[in-house]
Design a protein around this ligand. Structure first.
Ligand SMILES: NC(=O)C1=CN([C@@H]2O[C@H](COP(=O)(O)OP(=O)(O)OC[C@H]3O[C@@H](n4cnc5c(N)ncnc54)[C@H](O)[C@@H]3O)[C@@H](O)[C@H]2O)[C@H](O)CC1
Ligand SMILES: [K+]
Length: 512
């Protein structure tokens, strides 16, 4: 199982350009990097052509170095006796530097891109724009991209994008006017944020990251703080039960239940917290829901707790070191008070995860929530989906066209002093100290009732084991997705919990 599909660091296009520059300054000629990029691209292309028995390749080359990579690959493929044509967006004499050198090495058919047709072509290489895309595609380029996408849909032939599908903003993942729909994308050195954030990710197809001779040491001066959410990021911090440990050393999570008709959500969170490794889990239940909660739970304990006062009494036990509140809680002033009780400053470190109604209850006065999260005695994780995020962080959510989900989540973490786990198919976790992770895989089966409640519980279970808040939130997102991938079709929320032991076995390398 590929637990970590890419190197951990994720770069913006500016950071990538810097890594490129530092490499060239260190003595590696740019044309060598371009040759290596072309080799990686040709390798992926030939793999597809062998599988599909295709022979005829069209390389669409743009005005910069992305186009240069396309020329190199075209030359290498022609040398392997594929039938290759190049179509260029600009007259080749307008190319500069390494791209001009790469184009000079091309001795085959060359046409203006606007005039090319795709008839009889088996595979198209999209080398129009890469990380240098600086504005929306102009109309002729948009027309070309739209024609290419239509051809691909109609013929089911393959498109391989160089570095990033042309038209996708490499930093934000936004579509700049129009964007290529690729079957495969070959990027270099490190993935870029635009590969993993939506909608960019949906255009990449299968993403691979090739080594082209840029050293990891080029990143040392950049303090990259954005990471692929994969086990390499948090596995060493993941708590393992110890032979000489007992249940209290694994922490005690407290999950707050809603009233009698809304208890299912908190029970899902509680069971998930237990499966995520908390030594004990208690459900704090309003008196009117005690019976229904107690009769539906076995390994989770149930204690009466009415309103904020009741919750404060249960939390007087300082061994309860992580609180999960929000699922099924109800939107009310009393819910706000319960959240504030959960975050009350105290001498010992208590973590908290706030979800759903615990967030929505503060919609009319988010600053009241930020005061509480900032004063909290331990790490606080908030788990909004897009709607909750927009309601709570309206200031951080402006300029949506220009600022990525990553930027907005980082802003939210900064203003709230909490770890923001911004859910979606491209879940971002951002910490107030600037660290952030992006989940690179998604399971459509996770769009099911109660799935978010389970995630809240997994976060709480890991926090109870005293895992670092950012790493716990990232790990929870990954485990949640991985359980859904392993279970697959027909998944309901309970199945995520039931599949967690398989995820643990994978992570700890235990044979199933
Ligand atoms: N980073 C590396 O280590 C390597 C990168 N390679 C490849 O180079 C591109 C980045 O090249 P660059 O020349 O900087 O940018 P582009 O080719 O993406 O395009 C820039 C080119 O296009 C013009 N431009 C920008 N936006 C538009 C627009 N909307 N419409 C028209 N023209 C536009 C801009 O002015 C430039 O002229 C990277 O993706 C890799 O594929 C190396 O080959 C290997 C090392
Ligand atoms: K491209």
């Amino acid at each position: 199982m590929p637990l970590s599909p890419f190197p951990l660091e994720i770069l913006t296009t500016d950071q990538m350009a810097r890594a490129d520059r530092l490499t060239i300054e260190s003595g590696v000629p740019g044309i060598e990097l371009m040759e290596s990029a072309g080799v990686a691209l040709a390798r992926v292309t030939t793999r597809i052509l062998q599988r599909t028995s295709g022979r005829r390749v069209l390389a669409l080359c743009g005005p910069g170095n992305n186009g240069g990579d396309g020329y190199v690959a075209a030359r290498l493929l022609k040398a392997q006796r594929y039938k290759v044509k190049v179509a260029s967006l600009v007259p080749p004499d307008q190319l500069r530097g390494d791209a001009a050198r790469a184009a000079a090495g091309w001795a085959g058919t060359l046409l203006p891109a606007q005039e090319c047709d795709f008839d009889g072509v088996d595979l198209v290489i999209d080398a129009l724009f890469g990380t240098g895309l600086a504005r929306d595609l102009d109309l002729p380029a948009q027309t070309l991209v739209n024609r290419l996408n239509q051809w691909r849909r109609e013929t089911k032939q393959s498109v391989v994008s160089v570095d990033i599908p042309s038209g996708v903003d490499g930093t934000t993942g936004a579509i700049r006017g129009a964007a290529v729909e690729a079957d495969e994308t070959v990027t270099f050195f490190r993935v870029k944020t635009g590969h993993l954030l939506l909608p960019g990710r949906t255009r990449c197809g299968q993403l691979t990251c090739a080594h082209i001779g840029i050293r990891s040491t080029t990143l040392e001066s950049m303090q990259v703080k954005t990471f692929v959410n994969a086990p390499d990021l948090w596995l060493s911090a993941l708590p393992r039960p110890k032979v000489d440990g007992h249940k209290y050393t694994r922490g005690h999570a407290l999950v707050v239940s809603g009233g009698a008709s809304f208890t299912g959500a908190a029970r899902l969170s509680a069971s998930a917290a237990l499966r995520a490794g908390a030594g004990l889990v208690t459900l704090a239940s309003p008196s009117d829901a005690l019976l229904v909660n107690a009769s539906a739970l076995t390994s989770v304990m149930v204690r009466p707790a009415d309103g904020a006062g009741g919750l404060a009494a249960v939390l007087a036990d300082e061994r309860k070191n992580a609180v999960a509140i929000g699922p099924g809680l109800g939107v009310s002033e009393e819910s706000c008070r319960q959240v504030e009780v959960s975050l009350t400053p105290q001498a010992y470190r208590r973590a908290a995860v706030l979800d759903a109604d615990a967030l929505t209850s503060f919609e009319s006065d988010p600053f009241r929530l930020w005061r509480a999260t900032r004063a909290a005695p331990g790490p606080v994780v908030m788990t909004p989906h897009a709607g909750e995020f927009a309601r709570l962080f309206s200031e951080c959510n402006s300029d949506r066209a220009l600022r990525s989900k990553l930027d907005r989540a980082r802003d939210a973490a900064r203003v709230s002093g909490a770890i923001v786990l911004y859910k979606g198919p491209d879940t971002v976790v951002a910490a107030p100290d600037g660290r952030a992770s992006i989940q690179a895989t998604a399971s459509p089966w996770l769009a099911t009732a109660g799935s978010g409640d389970v995630l809240t519980g997994i976060v709480a279970g890991l926090l109870a084991q005293r895992m670092d808040g950012f790493l716990a939130a990232s790990c929870a997102v990954w485990m949640h997705t991985r359980a859904a991938e392993l279970f697959g079709p027909g998944l309901i929320a309970d199945d995520i919990i039931a599949t967690l032991p398989r995820v643990w076995r994978e992570l700890f390398g235990v044979a199933s």
